[in-house]
Ligand binder design. Structure first.
Ligand code: SAM
Ligand code: DTB
Ligand code: SF4
Length: 327
């Protein structure tokens, strides 16, 4: 097995980015095939369990109380509603159920309720993932004890551009939460957002941060900004589609055993662009017509795309996670 590196330099990553497109995609796809079935895509379904009124000032987010987006705020959903949504997701073919809350961090009482949800979703035979904001070491241990499979916490962008996007929590706060989650033994889901007006060097630097973590995240969501009216980033210059594909390819090369998720933003992507992303090494998506507050392609559309591409979504043996676990 190719040994995983955690010492990538900015100039090495830049050199990958600026190769001719075909050379980059060939390199990424070859590595993808070495570690994964190239015709398999993992599907996760998202549910917002607590929506809006978030105290943080993330410039992209519809749920920040400081932004002016038209989002109906909702309290923490009751357990039976969450279980009903998870059952539907499972019937539709999802293998992982991800629950997101618009919190800076959960209180311990919040966490009790989320733990009930994790246990109930797990009992349906689904993998569980939550994204609740910053966590303490103790809270991470409690989530592990509840059987949580994945915790999503993104770095969002490069350390250099970060201050232009969020001022209410630091990059180091994010790294600290990732360390707590990792140390508790929970699988890490960590990625970022492209198309926020960042430069290529920021995309290089974000990927360097992810690849040089002490262990690669098992899951790396690459989101294309969903521009929401009323947020500061509404109207930001769009990222060229091929630069997005290049970023997926470089993520695949740097983190060859991680699941790279083609996350938010697929509603604005053509079938051809998504097909290129899958070729470049993306092998996971969010499935179902809603992300947290914005829309996603509906299941029929995705089924049709997968049929055209010959992609299967059945759950597979965890042989690939096994290979990263030993790295
Ligand atoms: N409040 C928690 C937090 O921020 O850690 C969890 C939920 S938050 C919505 C999870 C992630 O969704 C963010 O870190 C960001 O990467 C992504 N996200 C939020 N709004 C987005 C948007 N408009 N476009 C793309 N990604 C977005
Ligand atoms: C991630 O990286 N992307 C998801 C998930 N983690 C929680 C969130 C996407 C949110 C898109 C905007 C919205 O629907 O509010
Ligand atoms: Fe709050 Fe998370 Fe949105 Fe930031 S990304 S405003 S922390 S819900």
């Amino acid at each position: 097995m190719n040994s995983l590196r955690h010492d990538w330099t900015l100039s090495e990553i830049t050199a990958l980015f600026v190769q001719p497109f075909n050379d980059l995609l060939f390199q990424a796809h070859r590595l993808h095939r070495e570690h994964f079935d190239p015709n398999h895509v993992q599907v996760s379904t998202l549910l917002s369990i607590k929506t809006g009124a978030c105290p943080e000032d993330c410039a992209y987010c519809s749920q920040s109380a400081r932004n002016d987006a038209d989002v109906e705020r909702e309290r923490l959903l009751p357990l039976d509603e969450v279980v009903a949504k998870a059952k539907t997701a499972k019937l539709n073919g999802a293998t992982r159920f991800c629950m997101g809350a618009a919190w800076r961090n959960p209180t311990d009482r919040n966490l009790d309720k989320v733990i009930d949800m994790i246990e109930a979703v797990h009992a349906l035979g689904l993998e569980t993932c939550v994204t609740l904001g910053m966590l303490t070491r103790q809270q991470s241990i409690r989530l592990k004890q509840a059987g949580l499979d994945y915790y999503n916490h993104n770095l969002d962008t490069s350390p250099e551009y970060y201050g232009d996007i969020i001022t209410t929590r630091t990059y180091q706060d994010r790294l600290d939460t990732l360390e707590h989650v990792r140390d508790a033994g929970i699988n890490v889901c960590c990625g970022g957002i492209l198309g926020m007006g960042e430069q290529q060097q920021d995309r290089v630097s974000l990927l360097q941060q992810l690849a040089n973590l002490p262990k690669h995240p098992e899951s790396v969501p690459i989101n294309m900004l969903v521009q929401v009216e009323g947020t500061p980033l509404y109207g930001a210059e769009k990222l060229d589609a091929l630069d997005f594909v290049r970023t997926i390819a470089v993520a695949r090369i740097l983190m060859p055993c991680s699941w790279v998720r083609l996350s938010a933003g697929r509603s604005d992507m053509s079938d051809e662009m998504q097909a290129l992303c899958f070729f470049a090494g993306a092998n996971s998506i969010f499935y179902g017509d809603k992300l947290l507050t914005t829309s996603n392609p509906d299941e029929n559309q995705d089924r049709m795309l997968f049929d055209k591409l010959g992609i299967n979504t059945e759950q597979q043996a965890a042989q690939d996670l096994g290979s990263i676990a030993s790295a």
